[in-house]
Design a protein around this ligand. Structure first.
Ligand code: PLP
Length: 440
């Protein structure tokens, strides 16, 4: 019987991966997990430093979420929301409306962050088409430079990461890209094109895949105000920032902003299962009402939309937030994390440390891409007991909110150590020791 690694290398095409490189390495096989540790097939433990691609919240195998999923399996694993309903989806929708910014009363489920974005874009577009009159001109979107909203073609059309998106240019619709943080530029674009804009889409407070880029305070509020002045919608993509990542349940809350569309994914199920949601207002919802034969229906849906197992996990995750006072207990961890990152920012190998809450980017500056510095750092970190995944030469730390303080400190130490070793290795120099201030 071939090993897992052999089967993988024979048959799996991995996401965001140069498969020639992949085929030359022994894959790391994750077998199980405990809390915020991943455990490989040989029993070695690693801190899950990017919370399994930014989605795990309360740790792996949380008893409350496990129990909820088991209980749901005993009832039914899947039934469709096309023409039927079920309790987990209905109860979760009600809970999401309770915790979301005011005015978001309608929940449309899907199964990935990208799909949640497609739903928001299509709903915004169709809403204006159905309003009629001069509103039918609202066919374009404004997005931020370096934005990342997922990999489906609509999401890519409002994305701006040349490396990921450049190749697909001829397949995309055109959007207006503005500089993140520059409210005046947004005003200018809306002054010129406001009547053609269906919506402005932003990742609120922090642009994740752009390299954990933090927007200046007050920017999101000004974006909301600009949208209001021009009568257009605001889509907030909280796929990455939602569920406590920036220190509050949703990033929007920090600037008291209520968007017209709120896109959720990743942490929605505590990181257990693929589930996403697009929340919107009664106004948008009512814009689709009409007689059957008017065909104002939102003709969109996925097989696993609102999957009961995933909804049960999401309900349990929200219960854990309350039961464990997750957001309250997060605050001292955020302070500790940023305190420990001070000395990292001062390392000669580090150009800049950026972050908000539990989202951190350690920018190693410009390196020859062939050196693959970020990737080397991840390998060095793995040797030292942490799994991290870089964005190019930006090292991302995004542990689960449940990570313990000692593990948080150890994650920062391992990362600092790994950066030194990787940079020294890449340039053929001897590694220098970790700065004393980083020692626990
Ligand atoms: C802000 C943001 N939006 C959307 C997505 C896409 O989510 P998914 O990978 O679940 O399609 C991501 C994924 O990283 C993201 O960070």
């Amino acid at each position: 019987m071939p090993s897992t690694g052999e089967l993988d290398q024979r048959h799996i095409w991995h996401p965001f991966t140069q498969m020639r490189d992949w085929s030359r390495e022994e894959p790391l096989v994750i077998d199980r997990a405990e809390g915020t540790d991943l455990i490989d097939a040989d029993g070695r433990r690693y801190i899950d430093g990017v919370s399994s691609l930014w989605c795990n919240i309360h740790g792996h195998r949380h008893p409350m979420i496990d129990r909820a999923v088991h209980a749901q399996v005993d009832r039914i694993a899947h039934s469709t929301l096309l023409g039927l309903t079920h309790a987990p989806a209905a109860e979760l929708a009600a809970r999401l409306v309770e915790i979301a910014p005011p005015g978001l009363t309608r929940v449309f489920y899907s199964d990935s962050g990208s799909s949640a974005i497609e739903v928001a874009l299509k709903m915004a577009f169709q809403y204006w088409q159905q309003r009629g009159g001069q509103h039918v001109r609202r066919t374009r979107f404004v997005c931020l430079r370096d934005a990342y909203h997922g990999d489906t073609l609509g999401a890519v059309s409002v994305g701006g990461i040349e490396l990921f998106h450049g190749a697909y240019g001829p397949l995309l619709f055109e959007s207006h890209a503005v500089e993140p943080g520059d409210a005046a530029e947004l005003d200018r674009v809306l002054d010129h094109h406001g009547e053609e804009i269906a919506a402005v889409i932003v990742e609120p407070l922090v642009q994740g895949a752009a390299g954990i880029r933090v927007q200046p305070p007050g920017y999101l509020r000004r974006v909301r105000e600009a949208c209001d002045r021009h009568g257009t919608f605001l889509i907030c993509d909280e796929v990455a920032t939602g569920f406590g990542r920036t220190g509050t349940m949703f990033a929007c809350e920090q600037e008291r902003v209520a968007p017209d569309f709120l896109c959720l994914g990743k942490g929605l199920t505590g990181g257990y299962m693929p589930l996403a949601a697009t929340l919107t207002t009664e106004r948008v919802h009512d814009g689709f009402l009409g007689a059957h034969e008017d065909y104002r229906t939102f003709f969109h849906g996925h097989t696993f939309t609102g999957n009961p197992l995933a909804c049960a996990a999401a309900l349990a995750s929200l219960e854990v937030f309350e039961h464990e006072h997750t957001l309250l207990r997060l605050q001292p961890k955020i302070r500790l994390l940023h305190e420990r990152l001070g000395p990292v920012a001062a390392m000669p190998e580090v150009a800049e440390v950026r972050g908000r809450g539990m989202m951190v980017g350690i920018d190693l500056g410009e390196h020859d891409p062939a050196l693959r510095i970020g990737y080397r750092v991840a390998l060095e970190a793995r040797e030292r007991g942490a799994i991290i995944r870089p964005l190019g030469d930006v090292i991302v730390l995004m542990p689960a909110l449940a990570i313990s303080k000692p593990d948080l400190v150890r994650l920062v130490e391992i990362t600092a150590d790994a950066i030194q070793a990787a940079v020294a290795g890449a340039y053929g120099e001897a590694a220098s020791p970790v700065p004393a201030a980083l020692a626990a």
